[in-house]
Design a protein around this ligand. Structure first.
Ligand code: DAH
Length: 331
């Protein structure tokens, strides 16, 4: 009896264990059946006592088994729940998120820089007319400088803007000086090779002040700061150049960020990378928009060129192929 109580209470850990013990006690060949079978051999005067003892044992062990049974089934349910539980906070497949296109990300960085410097953000139409895209920018009809920009013309003499400079003209026509603006946007030219695509992006900048407040020196320090912000600790060089809408004009180079001016393929062994055009606004531009007694400077840059340099992309066209393997590297 003692032995069974101990086994039920302490040794059996599963319902199956318990069932085994139950059979050992209550089964056809169990100890109770054996006990009751012995009853007939017990002398008459002891029979009653013996039977009472057997009944007591039967009741006690039966109750004990029932209690242990409910304990063990609760335990088994708990174990089962634990082993089958799903942790909904656990990561499975990483979630695939999108990414900004490197050209747009670069554009955003440029815009953010100038917005923080109090430049306003201006926009203009992609389909332009001859006046805004060329004439007002000191590019009269048949002027040879028009060949610098291979233009897509529409049938009605309108054209796809070849640069963001026409937004200068529109902003000046719509506002009085002073002006402090940038114009980011898409532009189009008939051009396609390693470093040119027919559609690309520019950011134009223009500052106009009353009187002769601004000079080339202002332009120079403003652009130097901007280029150091974008490319880090680089040298900046201003090279005399020509644009019809500025006089004097310059092209701006930074020291090669790939070879530190040791000479490499990207800088064509010159140690310098051309990054933008700029200059002091030509008086003819102010005349075209009706501005008098003002001074100003302007600049224009190609966003793809910046993105290529910042991300070391060797072929500009790959930026527009929409290949996910390339784009995923910019997440
Ligand atoms: N519009 C020129 C181009 O597309 C870039 C440019 C150069 C803009 C000099 C300017 C500037 O405002 O001053 O090549």
């Amino acid at each position: 009896m003692e032995e069974f109580v101990n086994r039920i209470k302490n040794e059996c850990q599963t319902l199956a264990d318990l069932e085994k013990i139950r059979v050992e006690i209550f089964g056809k060949k169990g100890i109770l059946s054996e006990g009751f079978a012995k009853l007939k051999y017990i002398p008459e005067d002891e029979k009653k006592e013996f039977a009472a003892l057997l009944n007591k044992q039967r009741d006690e062990l039966g109750a004990l088994i029932e209690t242990r049974k409910s304990e063990l089934s609760e335990l088994e349910v708990a174990l089962k729940m634990k082993s089958e539980a799903v942790d909904v906070t656990l990561f499975n497949e990483p979630i695939s998120t999108g990414a900004l296109h490197p050209v747009m990300a670069t554009m955003d960085r440029i815009i953010e820089y100038f917005m923080l410097q109090n430049f306003s953000l201006e926009t203009g139409p992609l389909i332009e007319d001859d006046f805004h895209n060329f004439e007002a920018l000191n590019l009269p009809k048949y002027h040879p400088a028009r060949d610098m920009q291979d233009t897509f013309y529409l049938n009605d003499f309108r054209l796809l803007r070849t640069h963001t400079s026409p937004v200068q003209v529109r902003t000046m026509l719509a506002n009085k000086p002073p002006i402090r603006m940038i114009a980011p946007g898409t532009v189009f030219r008939r051009d396609m090779d390693l470093t040119h695509t027919p559609m690309f992006h520019q950011v134009e900048g223009l500052i106009v002040e009353d009187g002769d407040k601004v000079s080339f020196a202002n332009l120079k320090s403003m652009l130097e700061q901007f280029l150091k912000h974008m490319f880090g600790d680089v040298k900046v060089r201003f090279r005399p150049s020509f644009f019809p809408f500025t006089e004097p004009s310059a092209e701006v180079d930074i020291s090669c960020i790939f070879c530190q001016q040791e000479g490499c393929r990207v800088c064509k062994h010159t140690g310098w990378l051309e990054v933008l055009g700029c200059g002091v606004v030509d008086p003819n531009v102010f005349k075209a928009v009706g501005y008098k007694n003002v001074s100003g400077y302007a600049f224009g840059l190609g966003v793809e060129r910046f993105a290529m340099l910042l991300h070391r992309v060797p072929d500009l066209r790959s930026l527009f192929e929409g290949d996910l393997r390339l784009m995923e590297q910019f997440k």
